[in-house]
Design a protein around this ligand. Structure first.
Ligand code: ARG
Length: 459
């Protein structure tokens, strides 16, 4: 197929370079967005009378036909077209003839491709928002049914203080809420129209940028034509927000992987989301969270690729930008599939061993802070109380005992303010219940948070 620029050149492209240069292999994903963009552009040219109404109608009909043929599988974009923009233009000309050659009036592929990716990304962000909302609902469901289930809380992966399992899960709900908020901020910048910036300088053709923007649902237009065609910040912001969200998915994945080990035994995987081993008959592997954890790396990689892609690129459009597509396509696909998989895993793939969880906090020193706080409530300075309890921990661990195994007289030897009622304070359930500070794990606080989330998630 002759190139549009063939009149200017004496020779045809080297076949390898032709392939090397082409983006049709991946940007055909943008076909529907490219058609929408072209329809808006054609309508606008009709409105400003650059095209006659009959020309406009022919172009729109042609584009509609391409859409129908594509959706019916009769038209498959591909080589030898260089990219999706040429592909549609060539197809339009083959369908409606000379009038098709007028579509590209007053625009460039530079503002066109920028418009297409933004339309695509806006749709992906909306889809992702729905998926994360579903994930939040599944976390919420688990949290709501586990307000009174206890779980050890860790810092440095060492037993720290017991928690309500719901409180632990609600921490993830908060993270994913911030992710949704971040994606909304990215969306507002994605939702800005570069169309009409043309190659880089604008155009002398009578166009109406606000018309095309409104037609395509953009909230605003780029103010500077050079910036409009060179800006790929929004791609980086999308992948960056995705990388952070993936880190949250990876974090919860890692916890699930630990929880289902024999060593922890806090939960087990149901058959719906676990896989067996080809060799070891006893195995039940947590492939789903492992894959999510593993896939996080590729999203981080895409972020690095995009940041490097824009570095040192002079104004305005440069072909480097063709490299923006595969990272954002793969990022969107990866994060959407991971969010979905995690939702399924939480909905039907994980069963908590409530008894193991509660038992696990009975036999440790994670109530040591409470022993110290007991003294603090009796007016002993915290640092003194802390050191007293340090001595008691040492005393008990040397004798393989827990606080609750000590007699009150033994405790009194460490500090006279200890009284019989101290033991009630040490019970893990009471320990959790007593954390009544705002945002703490105390059951009343957790119940309040559950109510807030219930309203927020419209459940
Ligand atoms: N396929 C190109 C891309 O994805 C389209 C824009 C080409 N513009 C140009 N001036 N060569 O970036």
């Amino acid at each position: 197929m002759a190139k549009v620029w063939s009149k200017r050149f004496d020779n045809t492209l080297n076949p390898f370079i032709e392939k090397f240069n082409a983006s049709i292999g991946f940007d055909r994903k943008l076909i529907l967005e490219d058609l929408d963009c072209s329809m808006a552009h054609a309508k606008m040219l009709g409105k400003t009378q650059v095209l006659t109404s009959s020309e406009t109608q022919q172009i729109i009909n042609g584009l509609e036909l391409i859409k129908v043929e594509f959706l019916e599988g009769k038209f498959v974009p591909g080589p030898p077209s260089e990219d999706i923009h040429y592909c549609i233009e060539e197809k339009l000309i083959s369908l409606i003839g000379e009038t098709g050659k007028k579509l590209h009036t007053g625009r460039s592929r530079n503002d066109q491709v920028g418009t297409d990716i933004r339309l695509w990304l806006r749709k992906e962000i909306d889809n992702l928002d729905r998926l994360i909302n579903d994930l939040q609902k599944s976390i919420f469901k688990l949290a709501k049914s586990n307000i009174y289930t206890l779980i050890p809380g860790y810092t440095h992966m060492q037993r720290a203080q017991p928690l309500s399992l719901a409180h632990h899960l609600l921490a993830y709900l908060e993270m994913f809420q911030r992710d949704r908020e971040r994606f909304q901020e990215v969306r507002s910048r994605v939702n800005t129209s570069p169309l009409g910036a043309a190659a880089l300088a604008g155009t002398k053709i009578k166009i109406d940028r606000n018309f095309t923007a409104a037609e395509l649902g953009f909230e605003k237009i780029y103010k500077n034509s050079i910036d409009a065609v060179s800006d790929r910040d929004f791609c980086i912001e999308f992948v960056s927000a995705s990388a952070l969200a993936m880190s949250h998915l990876s974090k919860i994945s890692e916890e699930i992987i630990l929880w289902v080990t024999d060593e922890f035994s806090f939960a087990k995987l149901t058959d719906k989301c676990a896989t067996g081993s080809s060799l070891m008959p006893q195995k039940k592997n947590p492939d789903v969270p492992e894959l999510i954890r593993g896939k996080t790396g590729r999203v981080y990689g895409h972020l690095q690729a995009l940041l490097t892609m824009v570095k040192g690129v002079p104004l305005a459009y440069n072909k480097d930008f063709q490299e923006d597509k595969e990272p954002i396509f793969d990022t969107a696909e990866t994060i959407c599939s991971c969010v979905k998989a995690m939702t399924i895993l939480l909905n039907e793939g994980l069963e908590f061993h409530k008894k193991n969880l509660s038992d696990s906090v009975e036999n440790d020193f994670s109530n040591a802070t409470d022993l110290a706080d007991y003294l603090v409530c009796k007016n002993v300075a915290f640092r003194t109380a802390y050191q007293v309890v340090g001595e008691i921990v040492k005393h008990c661990s040397e004798r393989k005992m827990l606080f609750k195994n000590l007699k009150i007289d033994e405790l009194k030897k460490f500090h006279p303010e200890f009284d019989e009622d101290v033991f009630v304070n040490l019970d893990p359930f009471n320990v959790v219940q007593s954390r009544t500070s705002q945002g703490g794990t105390g059951f009343t606080q957790v119940e309040k948070e559950i109510n807030n989330w219930q309203k927020k998630l419209l459940l």
